[in-house]
Design a protein around this ligand. Sequence first.
Ligand code: IPM
Ligand code: MG
Length: 369
Amino acid sequence: MAKNLFLLPGDGIGPEAMGEVRKIIAHMNDAMGADFALDEGLVGGCAYDAHGAAISEEDMAKAMAADAVLFGAVGGPKWDDVPYEVRPEAGLLRLRKDMELFANLRPAICYPALANASSLKPELVEGLDILIIRELTGGVYFGEPKTITDLGNGQKRAIDTQVYDTYEIERISSVAFEMARTRSNRVCSMEKRNVMKSGVLWNQVVTATHKEKYSDVKLDHMLADAGGMQLVRAPKQFDVIVTDNLFGDMLSDVAAMLTGSLGMLPSASLGAPDAKTGKRKALYEPVHGSAPDIAGKGIANPIAMIASFAMCLRYSFNMVKDADNLEKAIANVLDQGIRTGDIMADGARQVGTVEMGDAILKEFVSLSV
Ligand code: IPM
Ligand code: MG
């Protein structure tokens, strides 16, 4: 049966980065007997320009029906003044919410060749391999009320609501414990229980879930601010970090920079396994944004997008060998000193988006024989 991929390249550098994944998919179809069927839609600013919405109903339906969605990036200064409800980011948030993609996996791996590209000392990041599990469909991103009210006295009041139910914390911490078992078997949970009720419940539920089902995994708790500090002080102390939607957004950008560039970090957003088929809805996207300043110049780093496709092979299609090979291909190309501008180093060869994609594909081809 064909594997249905729905591509949403989006805005800015999204389409350029997606172009490099397309080449890999074409090769897998033509030469490796893979059976990927591709369809493509619009999301973000380009969808607003075409339909007046951040994603059309038709494309939402296609995303819901696909085996996996590959997402590029959304946003840019062109859409700074569009109404809040249809801003580019609304398309991504709707996909996450409607597809119920509650588990966002953000691995931060420092490739040995890039230890010098990090803003931290190389010895602090060399060999870094952490996995941030971010809750993605709850918390302050979606909590109601979410309003700005005119108080009538020259003042306005803005409200966002941080809200978590027990089941949401249970299911995200279960994902974290299960992922930890496939790695170094350690989870650090981060919240702000010293200030927030949602942090108190988060801490209680993670502790109870651990006690009940995962007591073989080593569990630590950290306040999220201290966690941020520890991430830049001694990042290698962590294995799996589990945290809420907003803290996860911030901590994963911090973790990204440890690896040398935001252009390196892939992510997978997964739903619950279907009761009948066991299949999870899934969306794969680079952690970086649309980088409007460099869009269209052919210089964007496509590695995060390609590594996101590797996660798609692994988590949606169980194509473990191909996923390993694609990740190895990225590491080999970096070892060869081939770099886009964002990860450039002395003595390396600077290339553009297409050349980087070609180099990775070439390595992938020779690893796949
Ligand atoms: C991310 C991004 C998004 C988020 C934006 C684009 C809405 O920063 O995926 O980390 O805040 O979740
Ligand atoms: Mg973010």
